[in-house]
Write a new protein. Structure first.
Length: 256
């Protein structure tokens, strides 16, 4: 059996397992042990964090998907500096975006004035967004090294088991919703640790390394490529009204 066929079978099994766990979480546990407002807050956290992370990473994931094969072919694992560069650029983008949010927090809170729970817990959004952004970068790196089954296990199973566990602890009165939410925002940080562990385990990978000659040669192609795809993907989101971050809801509100 070929590698691709075997990985496809594994991924299908993992996806169905994740679907079952997700259905238990979403349809049975969350509506029973969380209020409607609390369930909505968790959804809004994702609706805000995902597009903010996508903008903050400055197209880093596109750069990984496009240029990692060249790095793997031309450099030894310990000399590949693409992860370091993409993380640093993403952190700069993250700081820039949330400085804008912080300087306009009055208008942000006015926008969400009818969602008091969101205003109360808004301080967790940067931490949640940063975790998701870094997790997405290292997920792309794992995919680039063809650890797709491991990526499926983390995203489809481990994340959902993590949520299942903290909901059950809430159900058994181990803590209140305040503590539950503060644990929930660590979910993508757990994924980040697992992805880094996989890279360290399977390759002679080092995060802190000097800038390679390859990066110096292709940087003039890398940054325009990443920025262009970031723009076009965002524009496609606007035109197709795909709800990646709640903008479709906001736009409909304005139209009505």
């Amino acid at each position: 059996m070929g590698i691709i066929k075997r990985q496809s079978i594994y991924f299908t099994i993992i996806s169905y397992l994740g679907l079952v766990i997700g259905a238990v979480n979403t349809l049975l546990l969350m509506p029973h042990f969380l209020t409607q407002e609390e369930v909505g807050l968790i959804g809004v956290f994702s609706a805000l964090a995902f597009p903010l992370a996508a903008i903050s990473n400055m197209g880093a994931i596109f750069a990984i998907n496009r240029f990692l094969p060249y790095y793997k072919k031309l450099l030894p694992p310990g000399k590949i500096d693409l992860p370091l560069i993409t993380v640093l650029i993403s952190l700069l983008g993250f700081i820039f975006i949330f400085l804008i949010v912080h300087r306009n927090d009055f208008y942000v809170f006015q926008l969400f004035s009818k969602a008091p729970l969101l205003v109360e817990y808004f301080y967790l959004i940067p931490f949640f967004t940063l975790g998701y952004m870094l997790c997405s970068i290292f997920q792309a790196l794992n995919n680039g090294y063809f650890y797709t089954v491991w990526v499926g296990i983390v995203t489809e199973v481990i994340f959902r088991i993590f949520n299942l566990t903290i909901i059950l602890l809430l159900a058994f009165k181990m803590y209140e919703f305040y503590e539950y939410l503060h644990i929930y925002v660590f979910m993508f940080w757990l994924g980040l640790i697992l992805y880094i562990w996989k890279l360290k385990k399977e390759t002679n990978w080092t995060f802190f390394t000097e800038v390679s000659i390859l990066t110096k040669r292709i940087k003039k192609y890398m940054f325009p490529y990443s920025g262009c795809l970031l723009y076009t993907s965002d524009a496609a989101d606007e035109r197709s009204s795909v709800d990646l971050g709640g903008r479709r809801i906001i736009k409909k509100k304005k139209q009505s």
